[in-house]
Design a protein around this ligand. Structure first.
Ligand SMILES: Nc1ncnc2c1ncn2[C@@H]1O[C@H](COP(=O)(O)OP(=O)(O)O)[C@@H](O)[C@H]1O
Ligand SMILES: [Mg+2]
Length: 387
């Protein structure tokens, strides 16, 4: 066997001996600290190199001075390598501990505080991910708080809106009971109107809660938007006449849509009632429908004089009423007299219902100001022509 082969065999034997000891150790330490595993890997490597070097030197230079030199140099190199490995392991441990401490701040009110020291690229990536998660968490908590406070606000408004007509009803009932009502017939009709209004409000609340709970089940059918708008105009006509408002609907494309007719009729009814009640006597409310590529857009334009720019974004909010001091309404407590309009009696739920129903149809509702008024639009997906 040549010298070279002999040396290779000795080196292999020495390295194998170190490997036999080291490999089980590496396996055993898999679930322990990363730093310990790192150090063990370096230790096994150093041991393998040192063992094979010393084995070869022992075979080639037995008892020779050079053997001692090789041994000392190998040992020195090994020691330095182990010190460097220990320092590296410490650094890894320090980085991961700092990140663990920082991870505890995820979701705290102050937000995620990234570790100060330098981190390896993997840990930096993890830190960035934690920071993004923390931001998302804060955002959703903020949303939840806003939702909670708007829910509380809505309950307060609704209670107020219910209490006022109830007080009026009570007063009228007592007047009738005591026989002090000079025109009992008018009181009866006022009571009836108030009860209708309360029924409408409870109806709206129920509809809104179904929408918000995702419990709105649509029974879709293919209808012409022409028929839907026609029905809604017919329904709103008496109110328009009573208010002296012109209701026109002469630009209605007969486009097909696949919708729940009952719900969309409710949407159009809400939009028309709002528009009529916001338009002064002799003003005009115009309904139009046009097809735009894959959408059918129905618009209701009134003569309200425009909505404040900062209010435009809020009109679809649940419970929002324009310029609404939620003050007791004269209607409920005043002596019977003035004509009651359904449109005057909302609790700010009408447009929230509009948006909810339209979005449940995968459409969208919007509003913008036009000359002399505003224009509410609902866009519904057009039905396929061959369907
Ligand atoms: N066509 C419209 N023109 C002007 N303002 C409108 C119109 N429709 C709605 N608004 C404003 O938006 C508010 C919210 O409307 P809505 O949700 O239907 O509630 P409500 O009718 O009970 O007040 C109204 O109080 C009104 O100020
Ligand atoms: Mg309304």
């Amino acid at each position: 066997m040549s010298d070279l082969m002999l040396m290779a065999s000795y080196a292999a034997l020495g390295a194998a001996a170190a490997g036999v000891v080291g490999w089980p150790a590496v396996l055993l330490l898999r679930r322990r600290s990363l730093a310990l595993s790192l150090f063990t890997v370096v230790f096994v490597t150093v041991l393998a190199v040192a063992a094979s070097t010393i084995a070869v030197a022992e075979a080639m230079l037995p008892g020779h001075h050079d053997f001692q030199v090789v041994t000392i140099v190998t040992c020195m190199g090994s020691v330095v390598s182990l010190i460097v490995a220990a320092l590296l392991s410490r650094q890894v441990v320090a980085g991961s501990r700092a990140l663990t401490r920082a991870a505890r701040t995820v979701g705290s009110d102050a937000g995620f505080t990234a570790p100060l020291g330098p981190l390896s690229s993997e840990l930096s990536e993890l830190s960035a991910e934690l920071s993004a998660t923390s931001a998302r968490l804060a955002e959703s908590r903020q949303r939840e708080r806003a939702l909670e406070s708007s829910r509380r606000e809505l309950i307060a408004w609704i209670s107020h809106d219910l209490r006022t007509p109830l007080a009026g009803l009570r007063a009228m009932a007592e007047a009738l009971e005591d026989g002090v009502a000079d025109e009992p017939q008018r009181y009866h009709s006022r009571i009836r109107t108030e009860v209708d209004r309360l029924t409408g409000m409870v109806d709206d609340l129920f509809e809104l809660s179904r929408i918000q709970a995702g419990a709105l089940t649509l029974s879709l059918s293919r209808v012409s938007v022409y028929d839907l708008v026609g029905d809604a105009i017919a329904g709103a006509y008496p109110l328009a006449r009573e208010r002296g408002v012109h209701l026109v609907g002469d630009r209605i494309a007969p486009a097909p849509v696949e919708v729940d007719s009952r719900e969309i009729t409710r949407v159009l009814g809400n939009l028309l009632i709002n528009a009529i009640r916001s338009t002064p006597v002799d003003g005009t409310v115009a309904v139009a429908a046009r097809q735009e590529e894959a959408e059918v857009v129905v618009s209701v334009t009134d003569g309200c004089g425009g909505i404040d720019e900062q209010d435009l974004a809020r009109v679809f909010e649940t419970g929002w009423r324009g310029g609404s001091a939620r003050t007791p309404r004269k209607a409920a407590t005043a002596p019977a007299g003035a004509v009651q309009h359904h449109g005057d009696t909302g609790a700010g739920l009408g447009l929230a219902i509009v948006r909810g129903i339209v979005e449940a149809h995968a459409g969208h509702a919007s509003v913008h100001n036009v000359h002399g008024g505003c224009c509410f639009e609902i866009a519904l997906p057009a039905a396929m022509p061959w369907a």
